[in-house]
Ligand binder design. Structure first.
Ligand code: CU
Length: 79
């Protein structure tokens, strides 16, 4: 019988942020790609219309890292 080790032991957490300035699917792609480079991030879900960004991670991520990634992508984190 095949045995696969569990990929994520422990809790997953989600954090929600709002990003200003995204106008199209490419903007969403850029922000998603930058946020995915943060250590621990397992999923990024962005709603273009509202600018809502939901980040799922398997370890704690800092708001400063999120802001740096958003700025790196060329957008603004609403605080
Ligand atoms: Cu765009």
């Amino acid at each position: 019988m095949a045995w696969a080790p569990p990929q994520y032991i422990g809790r997953m957490s989600t954090s929600t942020f709002t990003v200003k300035g995204m106008t199209c699917g490419n903007c969403v792609k850029h922000v998603t790609e930058e946020l995915n480079t943060i250590a621990g991030v397992t999923n990024v879900d962005i709603t273009l219309e509202s600018g809502a960004v939901v980040i799922t991670s398997d370890s704690d991520i800092s708001a400063a890292d999120v802001e740096a990634a958003v700025v790196e992508a060329g957008y603004e984190l609403v605080k």
